[in-house]
Write a protein that binds this ligand. Structure first.
Ligand code: FAD
Length: 387
């Protein structure tokens, strides 16, 4: 068993880390203060990342992507966690894996432009009445005599909806059947509602979408009728590992580094606060938990690279990495004292941004349910070696 990173991996991490430090971090305060960036600045970041080959790194090279293995992608995503959601989206893209199920004419119309950063995509599954129960949606696509569809219903909380050119939308195509459609913004009957203001993730819009008899060509159906949703949910597993698991580890690492620096500098009672055992315990617990979460993320990525089924491991990562991040940012606020709560430092922002990790992409409760059910069925295979 070899846990070391090779030279290419170290170089790749270094490149991404430097890009984030030089190009993205300087924009964070402006984004937080104004809730948005001027379009020109956002585009400059987007274009620079593309020039450096950092955009769409998760996609295969024959499509113009970076062709990274799952493990290499995870190493990058961990670094992405060092900056904010909006800037990650602009620089590195939201090129979601379900798009890889595009076929024929779909490839040039949606997949390739998405990989090239010419068209941006968002995933639209959640509805006001259907969140954790993603199969409980009301949005419906009805097939017409000529094979085209009419879409009716609505979605909410759709991340990056404002910037997006098209949406991967789940819709009922039968009583017990759900399909996925690629729905272009601007189609007649497709309206974008309000931006639902969140506790954190400043800059990223979260939109309502309304579909009123939206005409969809037959070619908009992703995968087979009734199968696209399953395909998409499967492909979203790797997104969950990358965008929640790895980013949570990266974010927790950044916060922990700030906590350690502060504990080494801040003096009270003529003593560095890092010399107080109660502060040391908060640092030690954070270091232990971040390292454990990181290795869980890497193991799940390695399993995917071996072609193994990592669904349960990814569910475990989702819970553990998200909850680790939550505990680490909470301790950071405590270690920073009043400055942890004060907007003059970014700690309170990290605290707010971290909270969603336990909710989106399946709540901790839903993933604990998956893990428990699988364990009750499969037993020791999920927690013992060689079973
Ligand atoms: C910032 C943000 C960004 C998002 N981005 C997107 C996006 O881009 N695309 C998209 O489609 N969706 C998106 N979502 C939606 C997100 O995935 C859902 O909010 C999430 O799945 C939870 O659904 P819900 O909010 O409806 O909560 P509910 O499902 O109503 O859950 C409420 C509570 O009940 C618990 N619960 C529900 N069912 C069970 C159960 N079986 N057992 C135990 N407990 C249960 C939950 O864990 C939770 O604690 C986003 C949400 C937010 C807040």
């Amino acid at each position: 068993m070899d846990f070391s990173l090779n030279d290419e991996q170290k170089m790749m991490i270094d490149t991404v880390r430097r890009f984030i430090a030089d190009e993205l971090k300087p924009l964070e305060d402006e984004l937080e203060l104004n809730g948005s960036l001027p379009q020109a600045k956002a585009l400059a970041v987007h274009n620079k990342a593309k020039e450096l080959g950092l955009y769409g790194m998760n996609m295969p090279p024959e499509l113009g992507g970076g062709g990274l293995s799952n493990l290499d992608r995870i190493l990058c995503e961990e670094q992405f966690g060092h900056t904010t959601d909006y800037l990650i989206r602009r620089a590195f893209g939201n090129v979601y894996e379900p798009l890889l199920h595009c076929k024929g004419a779909q490839v040039n119309r949606w997949l390739k432009p998405a990989v090239a950063g010419m068209r941006t995509c968002a995933i639209a599954i959640t509805e006001p009445g259907a969140g954790s129960d993603a199969a409980g949606i009301k949005t419906r696509a009805t097939q017409q005599a000529d094979g085209s569809w009419r879409l009716n219903g609505g979605k909410h909380f759709i991340s990056d909806g404002e910037w997006s050119d098209f949406f991967l939308v789940s819709a009922k195509t039968g009583d017990k059947e759900i399909s996925m459609f690629m729905v272009d913004k601007g189609l007649p009957g497709f309206t974008v509602g309000k931006d639902q203001i969140m506790m954190g993730l400043r800059g990223t819009p979260h939109l309502e979408l309304f579909f009123d008899n939206v005409p969809l060509e037959a070619v908009t159906l992703l995968g087979e009728q009734g199968q696209g949703f399953k395909l998409a949910m499967g492909a979203l597993n790797v997104v969950r590992l990358a965008q929640v698991g790895a980013r949570a580890v990266g974010k927790a690492s950044r916060v922990l580094a700030l906590m350690v620096d502060f504990a080494n500098q801040r003096q009270q009672f003529n003593t560095k606060i890092g010399d107080f055992q109660m502060i040391q315990q908060q640092i030690a617990d954070s270091v232990i938990e971040v390292n454990a979460a990181r290795w869980m993320v890497y193991q799940a990525a390695w399993m995917l690279d071996q072609g193994l089924d990592a669904r349960e491991q990814i569910a475990m990562v989702k819970v553990h990495a998200a909850e680790t991040l939550g505990r680490v940012v909470d301790r950071a606020v405590q270690v920073f004292g009043g400055m942890g709560f004060c907007k003059e430092l970014p700690i309170e922002r990290y605290y707010r941004d971290a909270r969603i990790y336990r909710i989106f992409d399946g709540t901790s409760e839903i993933h604990r349910g998956v893990i428990a059910k699988s364990t009750l069925k499969k037993g020791a295979a999920l927690f013992d070696i060689n079973c």
